[in-house]
Design a protein around this ligand. Structure first.
Ligand SMILES: NC(=O)c1ccc[n+]([C@@H]2O[C@H](COP(=O)([O-])OP(=O)(O)OC[C@H]3O[C@@H](n4cnc5c(N)ncnc54)[C@H](O)[C@@H]3O)[C@@H](O)[C@H]2O)c1
Length: 448
């Protein structure tokens, strides 16, 4: 067997979600390597186990709204499939499969393991003379690729990993994904990509591969575990930073001062870090720290700071609901008659993703008091919200009609509303809770 030529090979992206689809499209549309300055010639297969997802993508529809119809339709160098049979002669697999946590906050690797079995079986049927490379992009704990994924691929392929003589072997790498769905500025091409491989030669090939389509370039790590750990600490650091500011917001409320005023003042110091209080949901920042603590506990060390941060961020929705319910009670509004407008239900701004959205938690808690809730979110997918959470999005809302307005997500649309809009929506009597701090400061509203 010989080694893969990263500029001239077949590529399969396994899992076409928020991470996999934009990546597959980017690779398929890349015609010229930024690194080698050579023309690239790659066939790209986008594989997803969901027939519905494949049907949608083949019709130019990305329900996640990350890739536009015009781009999907004009990307001719990619074939979407849910048939495993189409994966037998792939040189480079890229794995972008979900890695959630279960109800006990323990890593749930079931989908990732299934994908490894699919890949193992596919490379077993391989006729090509090149040794395949499997690159994992899913967020995992340090050690997961080597301890969980590689043994499974070996078992189902009958090949051994990382043999020197390149026969009957396959190679692996890890390159964490840093994309930020909904963020049109920081996209795949202009975020530096951390890359790693199972040996120096493979790291070099993986590096050439990614730097062919990542304009910002790459950063090679000394090994797979280092790259896995780098991704986890990036997200854990963000979680803890936000937790600290959330804790400060709780303290500021007790003191009776505005947290954003405090942060504006503190931010004038050269080394003060800019973070705002807020809800931490989604499937990355609110999940990845548990991957780190899981691994750490397996090794006999119980992390303290990481879990403390998690607890604070996890409890923010309850704290907010208590605060809102107290305000409603203080005004003597009957819960059954109380009308509430929730602006935004996604887990973050400008992104349709509602997985682990803390706003859903807030709505469910408020619903348990019998309040009448109108959800306004033009970015979230109504059908997903209905199917998954049994909640209705109603994008029609009346001005000056609500006892409570909760500004939960900072979508650009909401940020574009001027003072007149807010003055029409919120009267002196309205309890307006601006979680994201986007309502003009002239308005008398509650903030985090
Ligand atoms: N979304 C983000 O912002 C982001 C950013 C960085 C890293 N990540 C990480 O990337 C990984 C993927 O996340 P995502 O948000 O793209 O997930 P996603 O849920 O949007 O998409 C995953 C896709 O994989 C498919 N799938 C599941 N099991 C499969 C299998 N066995 N074979 C083939 N397809 C399968 C699903 O049908 C789905 O379409 C996760 O580990 C996540 O933590 C996500």
């Amino acid at each position: 067997m010989k080694l893969v030529n990263p500029d001239n090979c077949s590529v399969c992206v396994v899992g076409l979600g928020y991470v996999g689809l934009p990546l597959a499209i980017c690779i398929s549309n890349n015609k010229f390597s930024y690194k080698t300055k050579k023309v690239t010639n790659r066939n790209v297969i986008g594989y997803d186990k969901s027939c519905k997802r494949i049907e949608d993508l083949s019709n130019g529809i990305d329900v996640n709204k990350e890739v536009k119809k015009s781009i999907l339709n004009s990307s001719k160098n990619i074939k979407f499939t849910f048939h495993e049979d189409n994966l037998s002669d792939i040189d480079i697999f890229i794995v972008a499969i979900p890695t959630p946590i279960d109800e006990f906050k323990v890593p749930d690797l079931s989908s990732l393991k299934k994908a490894c079995i699919t890949i193992g079986k596919s490379i077993k049927k391989r006729k090509s003379k090149t040794a395949p490379i499997i690159i994992f992009e899913s967020t995992v704990y340090p050690g997961c690729t080597e301890e969980e994924c590689i043994p499974l691929i070996e078992k189902h392929s009958d090949l051994r990993h990382n043999l020197r003589d390149k026969s009957n072997t396959f190679y692996c790498g890890y390159s964490p994904e840093r994309i930020n769905p909904g963020d049109k500025k920081n996209n795949i091409e202009n975020i530096i990509k951390v890359v790693s491989g199972c040996n120096e030669e493979i790291t070099q090939i993986i590096d050439i591969f990614y730097s062919s389509f990542i304009k910002a370039g790459t950063f090679k790590t000394s090994g797979i575990k280092v790259a896995e750990a780098a991704k986890i600490i990036e997200n854990t650091q963000r979680d803890i930073n936000i937790a600290l500011i959330n804790e400060m917001a709780i303290i500021c409320e007790k003191i009776g001062i505005d947290t954003l005023d405090v942060l504006s003042a503190a931010s004038t110091k050269w080394n003060f870090q800019h973070f705002k209080p807020g809800l931490v949901g989604g499937h990355c920042i609110s999940v990845d720290p548990y991957y780190l603590t899981y691994k750490s506990e397996k090794l006999g060390y119980k992390p303290q700071v990481v879990l403390a941060g998690r607890n604070i961020n996890d409890d923010m929705s309850k704290w907010l609901v208590n605060k809102i319910i107290n305000e409603i009670s203080k005004k003597g509004i009957n819960f059954i008659e109380c009308t509430v407008l929730v602006m935004g239900i996604t887990f973050k701004e400008n992104c349709s993703d509602t997985r682990n959205s803390k706003v859903v938690e807030i709505i469910n808690l408020l619903n348990s008091y019998g309040l009448n809730i109108n959800i306004f979110d033009p970015i979230a997918d109504k059908n997903i919200v209905r199917d998954k959470y049994k909640l209705e999005i109603n994008n029609k809302f009346k001005k000056n009609n609500y006892d409570v307005v909760i500004v939960a997500v900072a979508h650009d649309l909401f940020k574009s509303y001027d003072l007149n809009f807010w003055q029409d929506l919120v009267t002196e009597e309205t309890i307006c809770f601006d979680i994201k701090g986007i309502v003009p400061r002239e308005m008398k509203v509650l903030r985090l």
